[in-house]
Design a protein around this ligand. Structure first.
Ligand code: SAH
Length: 284
């Protein structure tokens, strides 16, 4: 296969032996990979990948690349984080080109910082290749912008799941409820009820719109539109499968007008999803 650099006449860096590239694989659709990611996948000697990496992304690996799985499988305990970081050091010291592939963006709830810090501490040279994070790009495929003029000037990204599995105790939910018109929640499926209750207790309306987006950007993408009072029950009734993004806020109302993936399957989009009856005429 032609080198991507020649094919596109862009200046992409050489993947040097003994280096680690910490690469974001995006939320699923391989079309959302960066050029750096594809270039790295083709050149890597070994690819250490996580559970959330879509198999279609792994197909872009060069023919000689070894694939190493570093996630949870079949109920067996997942490798401990220091084990994975140390493995990267070991592979790099063998003068291999090591590509560490993570779902979404490696620095967004992905523990990429911890792995990179281990590399720094061991004198291993590395490059970070950001990816499209599920909380922005995944919602884009669901037809939900994380900001919209006249709706919100701020958005908060939170995890619904602390290391021990509960709702993170160090989060000031009341402050988030008061201060952030749009709240994008990673890893929220199991704690949705508890989170919704905290937001309502802190003053958010029970009828505030919520979207639950499962397997965003993949062929199995599913979007459920609900509200704070009903989101957990709706997710259960619809048998929503992880990975799931949850977004709370008025931007969710735009979904009926912006669900371009739904439109591909025949959904008719609402030209005025916010009910503003804007005087804007369709462009003739
Ligand atoms: N680094 C990743 C996030 C890892 S945490 C990123 O930037 O996207 C794992 C969580 O990400 C999941 O529990 C889920 O909330 C979210 N997620 C990742 N991929 C997703 C997808 N395709 N659809 C919906 N949510 C996804």
């Amino acid at each position: 296969m032609a080198d991507l650099r020649d094919a596109l006449s862009v200046d992409l860096p050489e993947f040097e032996p003994g280096w680690v590239w910490l690469v974001g694989a995006g939320p699923g659709d391989p079309g959302l990979l960066t050029l750096h990611a594809v270039h790295g996948l083709r050149q890597a000697d070994v690819i250490v990948y996580d559970a959330l990496v879509d198999s279609s992304v792994l197909k872009l690996a060069g023919p000689n690349a070894a694939l190493e799985y570093a996630g949870k499988r079949g109920g067996r305990p997942s490798p401990q984080q220091p084990d994975i970081s140390n493995r990267l050091v070991t592979l790099a010291r063998q003068k291999l080109r090591v590509l560490r592939l993570k779902g979404g963006d490696p620095f967004v709830f992905g523990r990429g910082g911890e792995e990179a810090l281990t590399l720094t501490q061991n004198g291993i040279p590395y490059r970070v290749v950001p990816g499209i994070t599920a909380g922005i790009g995944g919602l884009g495929y669901a037809g939900i912008p994380v900001t919209h003029r006249n709706i919100n000037s701020a958005v908060t990204f939170v995890t619904g799941h602390a290391a021990h599995g509960d709702v993170p105790g160090d989060l000031d939910w009341a402050a988030i409820a008061r201060g952030s018109p749009v709240i994008v929640i990673y890893m929220a499926l199991r704690q949705m009820q508890a989170i919704a209750e905290r937001l309502i207790a802190a003053g958010r309306s029970w009828s505030e719109p919520v979207a639950i987006v499962s397997k965003a950007t993949t062929a199995q993408q599913q979007v459920v539109i609900s509200d704070l009072a009903n989101c957990a029950a709706d997710a259960e009734v619809r048998e929503i499968q992880p990975p799931v993004m949850v977004v709370v806020g008025q931007v969710v109302r735009l979904q009926s007008g912006l669900d371009w993936v739904g439109a591909l399957a025949g959904r008719k989009l609402d030209p005025d999803p916010l009910g503003l009856e804007q005087k804007q005429k369709p462009v003739s």
